[in-house]
Design a protein around this ligand. Structure first.
Ligand code: G3P
Length: 218
């Protein structure tokens, strides 16, 4: 499974990259706003900075919600750097835009996906990635991980090449759950990725090894 980091924070992206396990980055307008990045020019420069840190796909989301606007914006975003993947919401004009981008060889991430039906349309339009939102489904008493598994099975049954990118991951357990249902990618906050390292037996075992070493070596 590939690891993407779900943030626009350059320090966190660098930290995940330095860990040696980072395959890409996803951003969205809320994550860009969280970093206080205002204005189209500054936002585009920020995407380029992210692309310089990672050697992998970087999702940049369109703000337009109409077909022509998405095409214009998506083409501008894709021209910023070869790592850019154009992130498009799962609405009718978005599906049409994904179809257009696919034919132009521009890679896409279909976002805000909450059902197998939406994932089917994204795959038929040729999306590179589909992003089911786990945490937000769990928030309304749905089952986000089950949706990820359902989409994975549907894509395998029909041999769709679209990769399932589990999004809205809130904790380390979500990552493990995504592994179990066969997600292609998990996009995670840095804390959830680092949480994979935690085990009390690792800490206790390391402490004992070092104590025993010092007993004989001083
Ligand atoms: O990957 C999408 C993500 O940024 C949304 O996460 O926690 O706002 O539902 P969240």
């Amino acid at each position: 499974m590939k690891f993407f980091i779900d943030t626009a924070n350059l320090e966190q992206i660098q930290e995940a990259y330095d860990l040696g396990v980072l395959d890409g980055v996803t951003t969205n307008p809320s994550l860009m706003a969280k970093e206080g990045i205002k204005g189209v020019q500054n936002q585009r420069e920020h995407y380029v900075k992210i692309c310089k840190i990672v050697d992998g796909d970087v999702s940049a989301e369109v703000i337009a919600t109409d077909y022509e606007g998405m095409i214009r914006e998506g083409e501008e975003l894709a021209a910023l750097d070869p790592h850019i993947v154009v992130k498009v919401p799962c609405i009718a004009d978005g599906i049409k835009a994904i179809k257009y981008f696919t034919e132009k060889g521009i890679r896409t991430n279909c976002t805000l996906v909450f059902s197998v039906g939406q994932a089917l349309l994204a795959a038929k339009a040729g999306a590179t990635y589909v992003s089911p939102f786990i945490g937000r489904l769990d928030d309304i008493c749905g089952n986000g991980v089950r949706l990820v598994g359902d989409i994975v099975r549907m894509y395998r049954t029909y041999d769709y090449k679209t990769q399932v990118l589990a999004a809205s991951i809130r904790n380390t357990k979500h990552i493990i759950d995504c592994v179990e249902v066969g997600a292609d990618v998990a996009t995670c906050p840095l804390g959830a990725i680092k949480g994979l390292l935690n085990h009390p037996l690792t800490d206790a075992g390391l402490k004992k090894f070092l104590e025993d070493y010092r007993k004989v070596n001083g």
